[in-house]
Write a protein that binds this ligand. Structure first.
Ligand code: K1U
Ligand code: ZN
Length: 186
């Protein structure tokens, strides 16, 4: 099991456009596996490649124990009707906000075998798909907040970000060993 460091708000990669995936190589398949391991450890329902410092246009998702990967995804249909719900982000820990998004989307993507598929989703899965696809275009949920709510979220983040030097969120893969970290002896 390989756990990847998660990049947090302030790391420029979170604001960059991703690169379309060409051939799906063994390296991409290994990245996907490591991203699932990292997402589960972080207790997320999705994780996009830029969040682990990678420029590829892909993300992993598991809402309701049905894991899948989206490679080169595009939203091909979105409802005019919108729903508002609270979101969080593994790259902005402990900051939350209500985001309005289309209530239903249809997404076309490649699977890990390079086969094209479509998924239509509402509710949490629809929201998660949109959140992850946003990551692939350098967009974050805080960008949707009103000026006041964004200001409040950023004020919370100003304190939280001190926990992440170098904009790196390191996940402890074996919490029973955390007491062995030299910093903990102080
Ligand atoms: O991309 C990410 O940062 C992952 C993010 C995805 C997401 C959360 C909420 C709404 C849409 C998309 C998370 O998984 S943060 C963890 C979280 O907020 C959550 C976990 C389980 C159920 C619901 C939310
Ligand atoms: Zn996120």
């Amino acid at each position: 099991m390989s756990i990847l460091d998660i990049r947090v708000l302030g790391d420029p990669i979170l604001r960059e456009e991703t690169k379309e995936v060409g051939e799906i190589t063994d390296e991409i398949r290994q990245l996907v596996k490591n991203m699932f391991d990292t997402m589960y450890l972080a207790k997320g329902i999705g994780l996009a490649a830029p969040q682990v410092g990678r420029p590829e246009r892909l993300a992993v998702i598991d809402v309701n124990e049905k894991p899948f990967v989206i490679i080169n995804p595009e939203i091909v249909e979105a409802d005019a009707k919108k729903d508002k719900a609270e979101e969080g982000c593994l790259s902005i820990p402990d900051v939350y906000g209500d985001v309005e998004r289309p209530s239903r989307v249809r997404v076309r993507a490649l699977d890990v075998e390079g086969k094209s598929f479509e998924v239509e989703a509402t509710e949490l899965l629809g929201r998660c798909l949109q959140h992850e696809i946003d990551h692939l275009h350098g967009k974050l949920f805080i960008d949707y907040l009103s000026v006041l709510k964004r200001r409040s979220a950023m004020s919370k983040w100003t304190k939280e970000k001190e926990k992440y030097p170098g904009f790196i969120r390191h996940l402890e893969s074996d919490p029973t060993r955390s007491h062995e970290h030299p910093d903990e002896e102080l």
